[in-house]
Design a protein around this ligand. Structure first.
Ligand SMILES: [Zn+2]
Ligand SMILES: [Zn+2]
Length: 360
C-alpha cells in the first residue's frame, strides 16, 4: 500500500510504501477510494495537536470497498462499500449503552498498524484509520456499510465533517423547528451545522465568518442571513436579526481562538444553548465572565456530532438522496494522493469547503 506520512510538523507529507499486517479475526481490510482533507489533519500538520503521535499516516474521513474480512466478522462482507468511522466503540460501556458510542473510551487498535516493507517496524495512523493511504486495516466496528450507488467522495465526507456539523445541530443540540440559530465559521464543519439547522427547520439561520466567499457559500447551505465579523459587530448584528434577545442556539465551528467562542455565548439568548464544535489547539484558554451564564444558558461541547455511526451515516445518505443534504457542493476539489500537500495549501488559504483525495 501507498500512504502519505507526516514526519515533522509544518513539513510536506511524503508518500511511502507499507505492508499491511494479516487481517485479524475481527478486522476488515478496506481499499480506500476517497478521503476528505479535514481541518483536523491540518491541525496535526501545524503542530496544534501534540497528542497525535507523529510520524503518522494522516487522514480520518474515508470511504472505500471491503477487500477482506476476518473470520469472526459479521455484518460486513467482501465487496461492501463502506464509510469509515474514526471513533471506535466497544458497545458495552456506559456511554455506548446510553447511545453515545463516540464517547466510548476504547483506544485505537494498534494491531492494525502498517509496517515498513520487510520490517516489523510499524507506522502510526491518525484516529486508527490513516485514510491518506490506498488501504486501511481496521476493526469491524470502524466500518459502516452503505448503498453501492452512493458516490465515494460524498460518502467519505459523511465520515467526519458532515457528521460532525449536521450531528452537532440535530443530535447534540437537538435544534427545534422554528428556533433561531447562529453559526460561527463557515468551513467544512460550519456549513454542515448550517444545513443541519436547516434540516431541523430553524429560522433564521445566521452564518458568521470573516471571508465573503465563505458567507456566499453558506447561503447555498441554508443560511438565511450572513454577518462578516471583520466588518461589523457580530453579536450586535445577531441580536438584531433575532429580534433582540439573541439566538436559541449558537454554534462555534472554528476552533482557533477564544474570541468567537465568547461571542457565541454572548449572542445566545436566555436559556439558549451554545455548542462548541470546533476543535481548538491544545491549551487554548477561554476567559469567561462567570455572569455570562447566569441567565440559564447552557454551554455544551459536541464530539463527532454525537454520532451513532451505524444509525446516522445511513440517515445522512437518505437525506442526501432526498435532496435535503448538500454534499455535492462540499466537494470543492479532488486530488490524487500525490496532491495531498497542494490540498493542504488550498485549505490553509480558505479556498475550499473540502478537498477530496481520490485513489483509483
Ligand atoms: Zn475530521
Ligand atoms: Zn464503549
Amino acid at each position: 500500500m501507498k500512504a502519505a506520512v507526516l514526519y515533522e510538523i509544518n513539513t510536506p507529507l511524503k508518500i511511502e510504501e507499507f505492508d499491511l499486517p494479516d487481517t485479524g479475526p475481527n478486522q476488515v481490510r478496506v481499499r480506500i477510494i476517497a478521503s476528505g482533507v479535514c481541518h483536523s489533519d491540518w491541525h496535526v500538520v501545524k503542530g496544534d495537536w501534540p497528542h497525535i503521535p507523529i510520524p503518522s499516516i494522516l487522514g480520518h474521513e474515508g470511504a472505500g470497498i471491503v477487500e477482506e474480512v476476518g473470520s469472526q466478522v459479521s455484518g460486513v462482507r467482501e465487496g461492501d462499500h463502506v464509510i469509515l468511522s474514526w471513533k471506535r466503540s466497544c458497545g458495552y460501556c456506559e456511554m455506548c449503552q446510553k447511545g453515545f458510542p463516540t464517547l466510548c473510551e476504547l483506544p485505537p487498535d494498534t494491531s492494525t498498524l502498517p509496517r515498513f516493507p520487510g520490517e516489523q517496524r510499524t507506522m502510526e495512523k491518525m484516529a486508527g484509520l490513516g485514510t491518506f493511504g490506498t488501504h486501511a486495516l481496521v476493526p469491524q466496528d470502524a466500518v459502516v456499510s452503505i448503498d453501492k450507488d452512493m458516490p465515494f467522495a460524498q460518502a467519505a465526507l459523511i465520515g467526519c465533517g458532515v457528521m460532525t456539523g449536521v450531528g452537532a445541530a440535530i443530535n447534540t443540540a437537538q435544534v427545534q423547528q422554528g428556533s433561531s440559530v447562529a453559526v460561527f465559521g463557515c468551513g467544512g464543519v460550519g456549513l454542515n451545522c448550517i444545513q443541519g439547522a436547516a434540516i431541523a427547520g430553524a429560522e433564521p439561520i445566521i452564518a458568521v465568518d470573516v471571508r465573503d466567499n465563505k458567507l456566499e457559500m453558506a447561503k447555498r447551505f441554508g443560511a438565511t442571513d450572513t454577518v462578516n465579523a471583520s466588518k461589523e459587530d457580530a453579536v450586535a448584528r445577531i441580536q438584531e436579526l433575532s429580534g433582540g434577545p439573541g439566538v436559541h442556539y449558537a454554534f462555534e465551528a472554528i476552533g482557533v481562538t477564544g474570541e468567537p467562542f465568547l461571542q457565541a455565548i454572548q449572542c445566545t439568548r436566555r436559556r439558549g444553548i451554545t455548542v462548541f464544535v470546533g476543535h481548538a489547539p491544545e491549551g487554548t484558554p477561554v476567559a469567561l465572565d462567570a455572569r455570562m451564564l447566569m441567565h440559564e444558558k447552557t454551554v455544551i461541547g459536541s464530539y463527532y456530532g454525537s454520532a451513532r455511526p451505524h444509525v446516522d451515516f445511513s440517515r445522512l445518505i437518505r437525506l442526501y438522496k432526498a435532496g435535503k443534504l448538500n454534499l455535492d457542493e462540499l466537494v470543492t476539489r479532488t486530488y490524487p494522493l500525490e496532491g495531498v500537500n497542494e490540498a493542504f495549501e488550498a485549505l490553509g488559504r480558505g479556498e475550499v469547503a473540502r478537498s477530496v483525495l481520490m485513489f483509483d
